[in-house]
Design a protein around this ligand. Structure first.
Ligand code: ATP
Ligand code: MG
Length: 408
């Protein structure tokens, strides 16, 4: 078997195998949508009328990943494809997952899916789209529409509300009116589901270059005030955030996007919001750091050479520049501070950004300076002077050190 098979070919070979064994099997969901849009699908999912046990019998390497949901991971040619048995979802009591599922037919399976554009199948053998939910027309019209009664669908699984927004942003689609109204009615339920999942959907929505569209949909659907725990965006805040995130570079990462979203909060509070939102530590700290530095770089004339070098040396420097620029745009201010900051930063030769310090703690120990916070004070002062080119070599640094050591 060629190991260079694409995911699509692997999926097709699995479908043919199921078909040859007398089963119905098709591609389903996102990959069918993406195929019709001429986009490269992220992954290929297969649905079938074969039960998980039967799927396990037919393929050599399988793994029951969602036993409760009838999903089997089939490993072929170094790839894994999810094969799911047609099913009907039972009741939802946690606002996120069905309490139980029963196997059903393909129409049941199409109807349990979230949006019409995600509810289609592709029959590989007949080379035919199977559309039980009107997905093809909505795809052509650029519409996100819940399958069935939207209120019921969002009450079952609240995360679908953020998925709607994510697909709008990614595909440049609009949310159909009834679907949008239902989201507005149920937006508050977002607070009741696990923030990890909301964060992940929000990340995918806002890391994309069309993030400002995503944010506008979040606002228009009434989700803004519920999406980040404890941040009540009023209409003005929402508009400012839209301009700010629109002005970030296309490839901006989630840390700087979050900073742009939380820029009206005190930095420490913004970091706490991120932690509550299950951001990893580097992200919460990165957001606080960016928001602490933002007011400083808005007035770069107040920064000396050492201040600038210390900022350039930080991993968050590129994000800080992007945030400064976006923040000025959001405040309708000219980009002058950004340009001044960039020009000064670019003028620093790389070797001079973070040179090794002339003086270390050992030099203080050797001079019998008693241990305490004074070490950090003296070392910081000396390094700052070194970065400012006030001290050009170690002898000069030692002379300055002698002046700084308090005399008993
Ligand atoms: P992506 O391109 O981001 O992977 P996708 O549509 O493939 O988008 P997945 O999360 O991979 O999304 O899910 C695959 C399919 O499973 C969806 O197209 C949809 O049919 C169904 N699905 C996923 N999540 C839900 C949900 N919360 N409720 C109902 N159906 C869902
Ligand atoms: Mg997918």
């Amino acid at each position: 078997m060629a190991s260079k098979q694409t995911a699509r070919q692997t999926g097709e070979s699995i479908i043919r195998r199921l078909h040859d064994a007398g089963h119905v099997a098709m591609f389903a969901g996102g990959c069918v949508r993406d195929q019709l849009l001429g986009r490269d699908p992220k992954d290929y999912d297969v649905v079938t009328d074969a039960t998980p046990d039967r799927v396990a019998e037919l393929f050599r390497r399988t793994q029951k990943v969602g036993a409760k949901f009838g999903v089997v991971l089939v490993h072929v040619s170094g790839m894994q494809i999810e094969v799911a048995t047609f099913r009907v979802d039972g009741d939802y009591s946690d606002g996120r997952h069905p309490d139980n599922v029963t196997f059903g037919n393909q129409i049941d399976d199409a109807r349990r899916r979230d949006f019409t554009i995600n509810g289609m199948f592709f029959d590989v053998v007949r080379q035919q789209i199977i559309d039980h939910v009107g997905g093809r027309r909505d795809l052509e019209d650029g519409i996100i529409r819940a399958i069935g009664d939207p209120d019921r669908r969002f009450a079952e699984d609240h995360l679908r509300m953020v998925r709607a927004v994510r697909f709008c942003a990614r595909l440049g689609f609009v949310i159909e009116d009834q679907t949008l109204e239902a989201i507005r009615r149920q937006a508050h339920l977002l607070r009741t589901i696990s923030p990890e999942r909301v964060r992940e959907e929000l990340r995918m929505t806002l890391e994309s270059p069309s993030r400002a569209d995503g944010w506008r949909w979040i606002c228009s659907a009434g989700l803004a005030a519920h999406i980040l725990p404890g941040v009540p965006y009023d209409a003005q805040d929402q508009a400012t955030v839209a301009t700010r995130i629109a002005a970030l570079p296309d490839n901006a990462g989630f840390t700087v996007v979050l900073a742009a979203l939380l820029a009206s909060l005190p930095p420490k509070r913004a970091g706490e919001v991120c932690s509550k939102f299950t951001s990893p530590n580097y992200e919460s700290r990165g957001v606080s750091w960016l928001l602490t530095q933002l007011p400083r770089v808005r007035n770069p004339d107040n920064l000396d050479l050492a201040d600038i070098k210390l900022l350039v040396a930080r991993a968050g420097f590129v994000d800080l520049c992007a945030l400064l620029r976006a923040d000025l745009a959001a405040a309708s201010l000219p980009p002058d501070p950004f340009e001044a900051f960039q020009t000064r930063a670019n003028a620093i030769p790389p070797a001079e950004v973070a040179p090794p310090p002339f003086i270390s703690g050992d030099d203080l120990v050797a001079r019998n300076v008693p241990k305490g916070p004074i070490y950090a004070d003296i070392l910081t002062t000396l390094y700052h002077a070194q970065l400012n080119d006030e001290i050009s070599d170690r002898p000069a640094a030692i002379a300055r050190l002698e002046e700084l050591i308090p005399r008993a």
